[in-house]
Design a protein around this ligand. Structure first.
Ligand SMILES: *[C@@H]1O[C@H](CO)[C@@H](O)[C@H](O)[C@H]1NC(C)=O
Length: 371
């Protein structure tokens, strides 16, 4: 009899632990706060678009997705991405990838994900990886979706539907890592100072965000770039002293992030009536994680959980590689991408953080605001 009870007790413990883990990472299931989410960006939020493209930048193999309930899906994470978890907080299920032929009909009514690994603000960024959807193409793909939506609802209903939806745009990292910081492959470093390059990116970005406004979108979340000088791939270049980040790379990003925040201020200041733009301080939040890892339960911040070479950051996580065991203790999943646990911190701070984390309001307030 004792053995029998012990068996039941053990079973219960396993279930409870599994549930708690899930809850901590995924957040609570929230009531729906937006009609749809449109995700644009790069591999930080790609959820399978590159699976359908001729690209080396792909992650549709194990161990990517080893902590995801559907296994490898093309997410560049061991589990959920930033936009997946932000969607959980907003009560909107992860929208399907645009390039999947099944993304049609009723499936587009909660939004669509256009993000593409290696894609940047500039068309040429990331081109050495092969095909990808840069910002310009992602906007054209959104227009394709709009055409489908027009056949599904009245113009008045579509206007309302877009008004109550949120667009999340995660861009900029590839314009640095896979363009400006690779002067042997791309000419930009020799043509532009860091300030001039940031201005180039921002002028293109401003124009395309404006295009999305003209198409009817009204709620924008625009995170800046994180401290790229601290990712295992940059540490693996050997340019940083032990225990430090590549400061020159981090400093380069200042003009882009500051400019993006300024742009958000301008767009909110009367040039785009009836809309709200929010800047996400990815750099600050990620910096906080790296400076205070223990506060978030991290023990490893300078090495990828899965990868090859110095800092496990020289080559990305390869098919059938063995990842680290306690993945929630790693800030970085692979050479370039945060772990699911780090994505959860970023998403939570974007959703409900202070005005330092999300400016001028957070994503929760963005969802609730009546325009
Ligand atoms: C528009 O929305 C109203 C209210 O939600 C709904 O009753 C109506 O069927 C919709 N019309 C179309 C054409 O989608």
């Amino acid at each position: 009899m004792v053995n029998k009870y012990e068996h039941i007790w053990r079973f219960t413990v396993v279930v409870v632990v599994a549930c708690c883990r899930w809850k901590v990472v995924v957040g609570q299931q929230q009531p729906r706060q937006a009609s749809a989410i449109w995700v644009m960006g790069d591999s930080l939020v790609d959820n399978g678009n590159n699976n359908f493209l001729r690209s080396v930048a792909r992650s549709d193999y194990y161990p990517y997705g080893c902590d995801y309930y559907r296994g490898p899906t093309g997410r560049f994470s061991n589990g959920r991405t930033f936009s997946d978890i932000l969607g959980d907080w907003l009560g909107v299920p992860a929208p399907p990838p645009f390039s999947d032929p099944r993304t049609a009909g009723n499936r587009i009514l909660g939004g669509v994900n256009y993000a593409s690994a290696a894609g940047g603000i500039l068309d040429q960024s990331g081109q050495h990886y092969g095909d990808r959807y840069p910002l310009n193409q992602q906007i054209l793909n959104f227009e394709t979706t709009l055409g489908q939506l027009r056949t599904m609802m009245s113009p008045a209903n579509l206007t309302q539907f877009l008004l109550n939806s949120i667009v999340v745009m995660v861009f900029g990292s590839n314009d640095y890592i896979n363009n400006y910081l690779l002067p042997t492959l791309y000419p930009t470093r020799n043509l532009y100072t860091p300030e001039a390059f940031a201005n180039l990116l921002l002028s293109r970005y401003a124009r395309q965000v404006h295009t999305l406004y003209s198409l009817g979108l009204r709620k924008f979340f625009l995170p800046g770039v994180g401290p790229l000088g601290c990712i295992p791939n940059q540490l693996a270049t050997g340019q940083a002293p032990p225990g430090r980040c590549v400061d020159s790379v981090n400093q380069m990003l200042g003009p882009f992030n500051e400019g993006l925040k300024r742009l958000v201020g301008q767009f909110n200041g009367g040039s785009h009536p009836g809309a709200m733009f929010v800047y996400g301080n990815t750099y600050g939040v990620f910096g906080d994680i790296l400076n205070n890892p223990a506060r978030y339960g991290f023990t490893v911040r300078d090495r990828a959980c899965c990868g090859v070479g110095r800092n496990l950051g020289q080559i990305t996580c390869l098919p059938l590689a063995t990842p680290c065991f306690i993945r929630d203790q790693y800030v970085f999943w692979d050479a370039f991408h945060p772990s699911q646990a780090a994505n959860a911190v970023l998403a939570q701070r974007a959703y409900s953080g202070s005005t330092t984390d999300s400016f001028p309001i957070n994503v929760q307030q963005l969802a609730q605001i009546k325009l």
